[in-house]
Design a protein. Structure first.
Length: 318
């Protein structure tokens, strides 16, 4: 009789399974409630069979891979028998690696011939790679790099955060530029010495502070100098104008005339035919090859000696 009763029992409908949620390390499967079921039995992979009265199961903390879950309905009474197992296979994908944050760069220190680039530490970064100009990529674990002994110019530095984990990929490169200004040229100055002064001549030496920069050095009677020197600007303009006039007279360019007239480095000469007992002014003025004045005016005065008395000569001019 018992066997006859069992034979008359009806098998429950099998659960219809679906994946209703999936996340980086697991998933949830669900199914509609099965009529006349008191609960459900399930098997996860090769683990032991377990019971639940819920209509969903969540599995987490899983490594990437494909997992098998089987679920059957269990009846409320002997009028029903267990359903067959329904099987579902779910794949947990390996999480795509995330890109590290890009460093935020700033020039934190600058000198006459170098600079330092700094950034805040990037979370999860194992270190940093940087490229200076066209140089090869280099690695550092610091959060700053310093460059020195640089010529004037603009330099570009690129930095990226580097990962040594499969969960992260290198960041994009960040870029920053810094400019090293050319050092201003030192002021051009002159030392003028007048020696061996006689009634008709003197030895003049003009020494510049920079031997590579051109200059004009000459002398004239102080009375003439005073006529020209109403101001520094007026005197400088008069000197340049006289050179331009000379260039026009000889059919030359101003640069060609300046090449002939200007000195570079220490200059010494002995003007002759000077007038006795006369005050003279030696002047030096920096002028480049375009005719631009590049220094202040330096002067030094001297007076020639009196003409030596000669009775024979005085008799003729007496």
């Amino acid at each position: 009789m018992i066997e006859d009763a069992y034979n008359k029992a009806t098998e429950l409908d099998a659960p219809v399974l679906s994946v209703t949620e999936q996340f980086s390390d697991g998933f949830t499967i669900s199914w509609p409630a099965v009529q006349n079921a008191a609960g459900y039995r399930y098997v996860f992979e090769t683990e032991a069979e377990q019971s639940t009265t819920d209509t969903s199961l969540t599995f987490s903390d899983l490594d990437p891979g494909t997992y098998t879950v089987q679920v059957k309905a269990v009846p409320v009474s002997s009028d029903w028998t267990d359903s067959g197992f329904t099987t579902i296979m779910v794949t947990v994908e390996a999480a795509a690696p995330s890109k590290l944050e890009t460093p935020v760069l700033s020039v934190t220190e600058q000198s006459d011939d170098g600079f330092t680039v700094s950034w805040q530490a990037v979370e999860h970064a194992a270190g940093y790679s940087y490229v200076f100009g066209d140089d090869a990529e280099q690695r550092t674990t610091d959060t700053s790099v310093t460059f020195g002994s640089l010529e004037s110019g603009t330099y570009t530095v690129q930095v990226k955060a580097v990962s040594d984990s499969a969960e992260w990929t290198d960041s994009d490169f960040a870029s920053v530029s810094a400019t090293i200004e050319a050092a201003p040229e030192a002021e051009l100055t002159f030392t003028i010495a007048v020696t061996d002064i006689t009634a008709n001549s003197a030895t003049i030496t003009c020494t510049p502070s920079n031997n590579s920069r051109p200059f004009c050095c000459d002398c004239m009677e102080k009375s003439m100098f005073d006529r020209y020197y109403t101001s520094y600007e007026a005197f400088s303009a008069a000197i340049i104008e006289s050179m331009e006039t000379m260039a026009a007279a000889y059919g030359l360019s101003l640069e060609e005339v300046l090449t002939q007239l200007l000195c570079a480095g220490p200059c010494m000469w002995t003007p002759e035919g000077l007038s006795p007992s006369t005050e003279y002014v030696v002047y030096a003025l920096g002028i480049d090859m375009s005719g631009t004045v590049i220094s202040a005016l330096y002067t030094k005065s001297f007076t020639t000696e009196a003409r030596a008395e000669n009775p024979e000569v005085d008799k003729w001019f007496g």
